[in-house]
Design a binder for this molecule. Sequence first.
Ligand SMILES: Nc1ncnc2c1ncn2[C@@H]1O[C@H](COP(=O)(O)OP(=O)(O)OP(=O)(O)O)[C@@H](O)[C@H]1O
Ligand SMILES: [Mg+2]
Length: 220
Amino acid sequence: MFITVSGQKGGVAKTCTSIHLATYWSLKGLKVCVVDADRNRSALAYASRGSLPFKIVPVEAAAKATRSADVVITDGQASTDEEELKHLAFGSDLVILPTAPTARSVELTVEMASLLKKLNVEHSVLLVKVDFRQKRCAQEAREALKKFDLKVLQGDIPLLSAFDKAESQGAAVIKAVDDRGRADPRRMTGWSAYCSIAQQIQCQILKNSSDSNNLIAMTA
Ligand SMILES: Nc1ncnc2c1ncn2[C@@H]1O[C@H](COP(=O)(O)OP(=O)(O)OP(=O)(O)O)[C@@H](O)[C@H]1O
Ligand SMILES: [Mg+2]
């Protein structure tokens, strides 16, 4: 299963999404490799602060490292370079486009989706950083995206400080703790949101490709 997490906008949780999807499938017993395709090496930096249960490699080392993986997740960088996006997207079973519920983020996602449509690459939008006090913005963003005929994954990823804590600890949100080492009270909310998204992605890929391997089918 080849998934690319991409988008033109910075800071919309591409790396966070890559790390959490990878954690989900690793905990399901699959061999997962995250390919860090960002010049800033954000996924590698994230991993270096803790111990994540999967391999992360820079894009230059991807050929060998991904050979035995069941799931390969490529964490893209914020870019408007069509050539770069094209290369990243080609060969992916699905491109995930994390999108914040703001006008600019929605506009850039619509642009990126039209490029992917031209390339005939499957893609789905994931609404991220949704503030529970501003659910209406998320609903409006969802409706706007659907008007452009985009597939939007059900449910969204809530805006939670637990994600920031997890990143600074080099862990998935499920393990986020505060300064005194106490478990973050919202960590399960963030984790369940990503679990639900991973399940939907898996179903979507299985539906689209008859030859996805059995290992993945078994965890669905
Ligand atoms: N759901 C969330 N709630 C709160 N903070 C979040 C959430 N998801 C990610 N973050 C935080 O937002 C910041 C940006 O996230 P991340 O690095 O994943 O974005 P990105 O799209 O990969 O950025 P870049 O374009 O720089 O690669 C990080 O500090 C991360 O911890
Ligand atoms: Mg990133």
